[in-house]
Design a protein around this ligand. Structure first.
Ligand code: ACO
Length: 320
């Protein structure tokens, strides 16, 4: 499986910590020191499918792959525009992809890792030539903009990789995804209540709720566990990895993981300052930013690790 290209898209509209301090009782110093985030991009006249479409369009343009050759589209998202059709089906329509297996994956912030894992297997099983794997989120839709505990953390955006089923070249050398039950509901959004002739419940809270310190501890623990498992199973030393591209939740999580793995924090590339936490979109956005900055060189070993609600987590090791 070959990674033919990457793409990303961030809404133009930005919200700085300074802007946020006019909405809730917070300040730039608190947010930067706790999270590393200075500003985030938020949708205005766009929705998740627009972000996904624009990220996918970018990679199609740079690689020159014809939409008629795309046989698989997976969108990792937990903030779709509508319940049906899926965001992947809206991408199909927007980009005039005539015929492809298409579906959404919801594994929260680990969604892109799950999607890439599933795509690798599916493309081999069905001998698909090209697959678009997208992470896209408009998380700002499910945030309570009066809750300073959560609203400072998130942003909107999309990222994508274009996979080619290449017989000689395999860049995805290890995949592992899992989930453990979130018994204490440390990370959970509201939903749509049952409303039918038998039960007329009211939907009262749609917003994301989070037990921040529990999430922090979970993240550091499972990321280290997942990365170490990948390194042991592939026989690669932690120091031999060129970059660790982790889900961008919080710079302190990245620093703690770097310390625990005894790896220099410079190997943990981050876009948090400008993007905030874009959930399932964060890993492909980082990859695209790094690729455009020409930081990724042929043969480099890169660990991708996601973690999030579910509680989900997973690691993919790629060779660029
Ligand atoms: N601005 C100012 N003060 C704030 C803010 C804010 N935005 N948010 C909370 N506070 C206050 C709290 O009210 C509290 O005040 P109090 O002592 O008077 O009660 C104080 O700051 C400390 O609150 P804590 O929640 O203990 O703050 P903490 O140091 O744990 O930092 C944070 C909170 C940044 C959320 C931290 O717990 C964390 O990084 N958790 C990881 C969670 C995360 O990254 N989630 C992302 C989504 S999940 C994912 O992507 C997988």
């Amino acid at each position: 499986m070959r990674i033919l290209g990457t793409g990303s898209y961030l809404p133009q509209n930005k919200l700085s910590n300074e802007d946020l301090s006019k909405l809730v009782d917070t300040n730039d110093e608190w947010v930067v020191s706790r999270t590393g985030i200075k500003s985030r991009h938020l949708v205005k006249d766009e929705n998740t499918s627009d972000l996904a479409t624009k990220a996918a369009k970018a990679v199609l343009e740079t690689t020159g792959v014809d939409v008629r050759d795309i046989q698989l589209v997976i969108v990792a998202t937990s903030t779709p525009d509508v319940f049906i059709p899926g965001v992947a089906h809206q991408v199909l329509k927007n980009l005039h992809i005539p015929n492809a297996m298409a579906f959404d994956v919801n594994a929260a912030c680990t969604g892109f890792i799950y999607a890439l894992d599933v795509a690798t297997s599916l493309m081999q099983t069905h001998a698909f030539k090209y697959g678009l794997i997208i992470g896209a989120e408009a998380f700002s839709k499910v945030i309570d903009w009066h809750d300073r505990n959560t609203c400072v953390l998130f942003g909107d955006g999309a990222g994508t990789v274009l996979l080619e089923n290449h017989q000689e070249k395999n860049q995805i050398i290890y995949t592992s995804c899992t989930a453990i039950p979130d018994v204490d509901d440390v990370l959970k959004s509201g939903g749509i209540a049952v409303n039918n002739p038998f039960n007329r419940q009211k939907t009262d809270n749609f917003f994301l709720g989070m037990k921040g310190q529990e999430v922090f501890k979970f993240a550091v623990r499972v990321v280290c566990e997942s990365v170490n498992k990948a390194l042991v199973e592939t026989g690669i030393d932690a120091q031999a990895v060129d970059y660790y591209v982790l889900h961008q939740a919080n710079s302190r999580i990245l620093d703690h993981v770097a310390k625990k793995l005894s790896v220099p924090s410079e190997k943990f590339y981050s876009t948090l300052e400008d993007t905030g936490n874009t959930s399932a979109a964060s890993i492909p956005i980082v990859l695209d930013v790094m690729d455009r900055k020409q930081l990724l060189k042929k043969g480099m070993k890169i660990v991708l690790t996601g973690f999030g609600a579910g509680l989900t987590y997973g690691t993919i090791l790629i060779e660029w």
